[in-house]
Design a protein around this ligand. Sequence first.
Ligand SMILES: [Zn+2]
Ligand SMILES: [Zn+2]
Length: 239
Amino acid sequence: MAKRQVFRIDMHVHSMYSGETPAEPRDIIEAAKEKGLDAIVITEHERLSLSLPFEDLKKTAGRLQIFRGVELSTDAGHMLVYGVRDEDWKDWGAGRLNSAQEVIERAARLGGVAVPAHPYVVRKKDPFDTEPAVLVDDRITSLSGLKAIEVCNGKHSKYPGVCEALGKYAASVRLPGIGGSDAHMPEDVGRAYTSFKVPIYTDRDLVREILRGNVVPQTDSLRLFPARISAFVICEISM
Ligand SMILES: [Zn+2]
Ligand SMILES: [Zn+2]
């Protein structure tokens, strides 16, 4: 396949500010550069303001673009919010179980977009089932105004069927899919990412291209089982 120009963004990255690991922001940035990513989105849990220290680090990141979002808890699972400004968002939704529908509507009203993160459930036939069924989390199926879902999540790659199952679901409801590593440690950055057809330099670019559906979810392990991945999930493996 001829190499196409794509812009690769890991859409789901945490650091020490999410409080679960000691991952230093500088190490996260270095890892993203080493993986050859074009951009990362820092999506700390609960509060958009937690990633404010990354603003200062943008100057030192060279070619790597750094965007900031937030991952919120909702009644339909975790949701990623992209493209909202600190002064508008005001850490809304922190520390509580939000209505997913409200998150979608608030993000849209403020020029952003909310995307369900890792929206799947695993059904085991018994506790020893090593190949459990992976199904879409049906809590997201009744939401209105969804513009995309996270199809590939690097942290959840222990269930290789996730990307395929969510990709099929996204295609069936005509929603674009995105990918993000959900990395909490530098070595996990880039395990899943999103390919964009055009360079992304601003939050506005990011939201616009998601809304247009010009995104392709990918993982760095797809090459291990390419025959099982349908055409709408895979386009090009370039990492
Ligand atoms: Zn999550
Ligand atoms: Zn996460």
